[in-house]
Design a protein around this ligand. Sequence first.
Ligand code: ZN
Length: 425
Amino acid sequence: MSDAPIRILLVEDDPALQELIRTILSAEGYEVTIAPHGESGLAAFERMQPDVVITDLLMKHMHGFEFLRLLRKSPHGHRVPIMVVSGQSYLPDKRKAFEMGADSFLGKPFRRHQLIEAVERLIHAVRVRFWGVRGSIAAPGPDTIRYGGNTPCVTIERGRDLLILDAGTGLRKLGICLQAEAKDRPRDLHMLITHTHWDHIQGFPFFVPAYVPTNRIDVHGPPSVEKPLAKVLRGQMDPAYFPVALGDMAASITVHEIREPEFRVGPFTVQAMYVNHPGITMAYRIELDGTVITYATDTEPYRFLLTDRHEPDEELAEYGGRRDQELVRFVSDSDLYIADSQYSPEEYESKRGWGHTCYTDAVEVALAARARRLVLFSHDPMHDDEMIDRKLERCRELAAAGDPKLEVHAAIEGQAIELRPASRE
Ligand SMILES: [Zn+2]
């Protein structure tokens, strides 16, 4: 994280509490700005773009829930960590605060160390945020409204650190939010691309920060089979497909082809591994201060591709099984495993060789790798919200039978999963 002091916006109408919280947090080196109500809080937020927001709920003029709603709705307030500090700590109030976009809740009265610890947790937590969760092609509309229709884009965030995974159509909204946050400040952005299939690069021409001359964007990924990565990115902006050329984007954009199995991107240590998908595709294992996230979308188990599931050829099955173990080792002990889970086992039979995994196999890998959380990702464009609900239920049953501690989620566009450092204890 950069050394500039962490800036906290405190929205609180009680002068005594304003002073108490400011005194406690200033003594810890934080820069605290006070807004006495929601409206001034929104204005102060836009002016200062703080690192953390702390808000009360019962305030004059604007209730804290309304403040949360308006802040989360605006692109510049979409990602900021927010803590609610309130005397209204009934369970339904807490639940509502989280629904409205709070990341943590501290009941009043609190002790000094509780406030400091809660702020520290908020700042140091790693968040994995989903901007696009759909495989193959964007599938927006009323049938996919809960899980989302955009193609892959995920961010790993901690404080001011940010790593972007894939540039599917979900990248468009991320770009709008990043630029709203940055205003005129230059940004250095890093992006890892798993492969050059449409659904993983199509958002790039719509990435607003790429049009800002003071920004710097580093794109890392493998080449395609026949073309370098830069040429593929340029190709999708050929005048036949798009009105602006890659070279006319104003930011300084550098494309790096991955040549090493391990490299660093800012504070993130990245391991890359080839996975089984048509063309050249990589999975990434990303570590940030001991928290491990593995992103392995678009891959198919070798043993099923190489041989018939029902009448396996022993030799090929054994070879395939060995290759599949490489993925298990790659995922091992991940705090979060984001996994291709495109098909049901029934669908897979007619889609063998298309390069995707069925969700029951994603659970098997997570169990064998002793992952702590599994996120079902790359939802099939043919799957509506109810089908994804059923997929999640089925995977949770399977996981519970194998390891009751394995948490299973289905990726939801717009949601973040928080990985607190304490989750490893
Ligand atoms: Zn693909």
